[in-house]
Design a protein around this ligand. Structure first.
Ligand code: PEP
Ligand code: MG
Length: 689
């Protein structure tokens, strides 16, 4: 055995490129080579890049190198020589990929909640599916291991191609990172551990790769040295590639640190619903707008969120420090010490929590108009909030979030339990369960991607094409209605034809439940008015349903032909467009003539200024995220509905959204200066460049 002590002197420590060179040199010898930190904290195999990196040996770390075997002296000399030459690095500076700027970087997006978080980036790429565990029969373990090795080979070929291209296009300094990826991929610490896991746990290869990968990643996220910790992202990349090659699926989210900020190009609402909220502190996404489902659910869960950041994801690495300031709609990557200090000393209490929310029931305007304030809820975890924020029951239960992942169905019994507890939580005002609004941006279990999901097999169309799924849900609702006050809502009807088809199915299930002697109750049936054709034929629909719900999020999207989740067109998403106000008025009028109620349940209802305008247009029933009810309550209790009506009429006569917004700014400031600061009113619009 031969050994030597030395100190890491290179500026960046034993980072990926240095470690890769060390592995290359060490692997030429037969002897084993071990690196030990003198502080006793860790030991690494010099032939394994993953093992070396977990040493977290930054500049100044004292190490002992131990060689043992037939050529131990030569091996030791070669390694010591490499250390003394600072690992033969051609670029002494922070060149190549690792020269990423770590100066403070501010990106503007759209804050969809009201709070601020300081945390660490956890990158998450969507568009992939979950990795599930499957038990493999003893006889198939060998085949499973071979499958894993084949995925490693395929990943290697892909990485070699990428590396060649990077070398040609960007130069050697940039391509070396793929050398490191190749070494990660073939590192025994990864491959052997995965294979061991497959065999010992009789696990499928995907699950084994995910578990081992997550384990390695969690080691990295705990490393103190900023520079070395960043290498976790490279391991993350390699694991993702491996998983994609095994299944076409990637890991959902690795072990999360306590202060994780999920950074993603886009997130499925169901992914957000699944997040472990004890760990995830905030989300920041490139896509999304105020009314995208991702934003709605983040708000409902009280998550700090900034969406519509466009190219933020590409600028981050897992482990980077980040501030998510949803109040200003801003994220700050690599915040400077003074920025952090500024944030730490500022008041981070979300504004809506500061409002007294002891009151409950309807709110009455100064001139005596009574307005119901109901809750929009998506998940059973929010049921408690119905009471906490004084809601008049539940105006909208977006039931599709029960199917926590696209493609997963909940049984009749499971749904029944949820609807029953929803009815209990909603109390005397009851709850309105919307049939699954699947498809569109929420995804579905459709195998082929639709060309135009928002105009595709969404909501009631999806239900009518998947009748068994719809029947199961209808039965669960009808049965739960025997235990509390529930109504049923049909989403996104295009006309009364959709309503009739849905009602026919509901009638059939009523008959079946009766013949099966099940306990159930008839329910009131409502239609969502959220597409222009439904708005334009509202009188016809009104004569066949018990109530309307106005979904302003989709009404804006479809009336103005602006994708609600696409940040590139967010400037055109104008809630106060006169065409939208006209659509709302028309719907309210049709309902009035048929003597049925209308609940406005889009995000518009939760913004105080917009809520006032809705009251001016004749709305007396609003539904919104529970936490936002106190704020709307406070404002509505201090305005006169007649004054709101005057402003609304002027708005209806305007030609553009700009004109309406200007009117709202001026009139609201003059009628209710104590209620509306300029901050709380629509800002003057910048025309799109
Ligand atoms: C709406 O469209 O306004 C609505 C309330 O439904 P969702 O946001 O779920 O589409
Ligand atoms: Mg909708």
């Amino acid at each position: 055995m031969a050994e030597r002590r030395l100190q890491v002197t290179s500026r960046l420590g034993l980072h990926a490129r240095a470690a890769a060179n060390l592995v290359r040199v060490a692997s030429k010898f037969k002897s084993s080579l071990t690196l030990q930190r003198l502080d006793g904290n860790a030991e690494a195999d010099a032939k394994s890049i993953l093992s070396i990196l977990t040493l977290a040996a930054s500049r100044g770390t004292d190490l002992r190198i131990v060689a043992s075997g037939v050529d131990e002296q030569e091996a030791l000399d070669a390694v010591v020589g490499l250390f003394s030459r600072d690992f033969d690095e051609t670029e002494k500076s922070d060149g190549g990929q690792y020269s990423r700027a770590t100066e403070e970087l501010r990106c503007k997006g759209l804050g969809v909640s009201d709070s601020i978080v300081i945390g660490r980036v956890m990158r998450l790429q969507e568009g992939t599916h979950d990795v599930y565990r499957a038990e493999i029969a003893e006889a198939d373990l060998e085949r499973e291991t071979r499958r894993f090795r084949a995925a490693v080979r395929l990943s290697r070929r892909q990485l070699e191609t990428i590396k060649d291209r990077a070398e040609k296009e960007l130069g050697r300094g940039h391509a070396y990172i793929f050398d490191a990826h190749l070494l990660f991929l073939e590192d025994a610490k990864l491959t052997r551990d995965v294979e061991d896991y497959i065999v010992k746990q009789r696990s499928n290869a995907e699950w084994a790769a995910k578990v081992v990968g997550d384990r390695l990643l969690s080691i990295y996220t705990q490393i103190n040295d900023e520079y070395l910790r960043e290498r976790g992202s490279d391991i993350e990349d390699v694991i993702q590639r491996l998983l994609s090659n095994l299944t076409g699926e990637g890991p959902r989210y690795p072990n999360l640190s306590e202060d994780a900020v999920i950074v993603s190009p886009d997130l499925l609402p169901s992914t957000i619903a699944e997040l472990n909220l004890n760990h995830v502190k905030a989300i920041a996404t490139d896509a999304g707008g105020w009314t995208s489902h991702m934003a709605i659910i983040a708000r409902g869960l009280g998550l700090t969120a900034v969406v519509g950041l466009r190219d933020f994801y590409e600028r981050t690495r897992t482990g980077d420090q980040v501030i998510v300031d949803a109040r200003r709609g801003e994220v700050i990557l690599h915040p400077s010490e003074s920025t952090i200090e500024q944030y730490q000393t500022s008041d981070q209490t979300p504004a809506f929590v500061a409002v007294n929310h002891a009151e409950s029931g309807p709110v009455v305007t100064r001139d005596g108009v009574q307005i119901l304030l109901r809750a929009n809820v998506e998940l059973p975890t929010e049921f408690q909030a119905i009471n906490d924020f004084g809601a008049c029951g539940v105006g909208l239960f977006r039931s599709e979030f029960l199917l926590s992942r696209p493609g997963m169905m909940s049984s009749e019994e499971q749904q029944y339990e949820v609807y029953k507890s929803l009815a209990e939580a909603a109390g005397e005002y009851g709850a309105i369960v919307r049939l699954f609004d699947l498809g569109g941006e929420l995804g579905s279990d459709l195998k082929e991607r639709e060309r135009n999901p928002a105009l595709g097999l969404r909501a009631v169309r999806f239900g009518l094409r998947n009748k068994e799924m719809m029947r199961t849900q209808v039965r669960a609702i009808l049965r739960a209605a025997a235990a509390g006050r529930l109504s049923l809502l049909i989403p996104m009807v295009a006309d009364v034809g959709d309503v009739r088809l849905a009602k026919q199915l509901i009638d059939e299930e009523l008959v079946r439940l009766a013949s099966e002697q099940k306990v159930f109750s008839e329910v009131r049936i409502g239609a969502m008015i959220e597409v222009p054709s439904a708005m334009l034929t509202a009188e016809k629909i009104a004569s066949e349903v018990d109530f309307f719900e106005l979904g302003t999020n989709d009404l804006v999207q479809y009336t103005l032909a602006v994708d609600r989740g696409n940040d590139k067109v967010s400037e055109w998403f104008r809630t106060l467009h006169p065409a939208v106000l006209y659509g709302i008025t028309r719907t309210l009028q049709a309902a009035r003539e048929a003597s049925i109620p209308v609940i406005v349940c889009g995000e518009m209802a939760s913004t105080p200024a917009y809520a006032v305008l809705l009251v001016g247009l004749g709305t007396i029933d609003l539904s919104m995220i529970p936490a936002l009810i106190p704020r709307v309550r406070r404002v509505l209790s201090q305005i006169g509905a007649a004054q709101a009506r005057e402003v609304a009429l002027k708005c209806l006569n305007s030609a553009t959204a700009d004109e309406v917004e200007e009117l709202v700014r001026n009139e609201f400031r003059s009628h209710w200066p104590e209620l509306f600061s300029l901050n709380t009113l629509p800002k003057p619009h910048q025309s799109p460049e």
